[in-house]
Design a protein around this ligand. Sequence first.
Ligand SMILES: [Zn+2]
Ligand SMILES: [Zn+2]
Length: 334
Amino acid sequence: MKVNAFAVQEPKGKLESYSYELGDLGAEEVDIKVSHCGICHSDLSMINNEWGMTIYPLVPGHEIIGEVINAGPAVKNLKVGDKVGLGWLSASCMSCSECMDGSQHLCSNNEATIVGRHGGFADKVRGHWSWAIPLPDKIDLAKAGPLLCGGITVFNPIILAGVKPTDAVGVIGIGGLGHMALKFLKHWGCEVIAFSSNPDKKDEILAMGASKVVNSRSPEELASIAGTLSFILNTTNVTLDWNSYLTCLKPKGKFHTVGAVLEPMAIPAFSLIMGEKSVGGSPIGSPELTKTMLDFCVRHDIYPTVEEFPMEKVNEAMTHLEEGKARFRIVLKN
Ligand SMILES: [Zn+2]
Ligand SMILES: [Zn+2]
């Protein structure tokens, strides 16, 4: 089967038309006809080989929405015609202790949708049935793509940290990931403080449910909420003064990063010791938690705020993202 896609041939390259043949369908695999694909910051990192694991040509795209068009004979729970989403992972071994424990996203033998194989900037993509997440009937397909990577990335920490509806919490960086975190936490019932250094976004951030926007570059503003938050989620990938955020936590508070900060994070031990605070991180989430999140989104009408580009305009869309102009997530439509 021939796949028509957009690929880059080298770091920082432009996306160009590219077609390739998918071999025989594995017994447990499905082929998905792509209707929409979100653009995640990781697509840009992979295009530019920032993590040293890109193999060219690369077809990016791992926030995929589509329909099953082929299903291998051993596929469970899916059939041709089903609407599914495929995110950062496209397979896991299904037999290691993490997989057997329901933490397939932590499987050390997992397969990422755009690492050593081709992703969703295409008309078709293939994956293992376990990661082709069945979509709820009433979901808005045009907006759902970003939930499959960005969405679950910020939803999982809410579960991991045991955030309660009565908590006051904070989100650092209100971009593609952060704005989804803000909406989730607001519907969870929390009071949400948004940390942002972009005054242009303030009104939109308040409209999305933040009770307050704190300028993360102002030590006085950070000091004004010292000791008030139970949970802080960092979605930025730049180095910040982490200790000033730890100071915003209440005793027993948790600081969690999903932003892939490449420099080591300077965390003073005494900021953790006095007050029993902790620092953690996580990647995406399990397939089951992804399903739970999608149901939660449909129930509360939570969607990322998206800008849609036709798939053919993928280079314009990437430039829009690179220039920091995306409000707040981009979706490509076939
Ligand atoms: Zn992603
Ligand atoms: Zn496994």
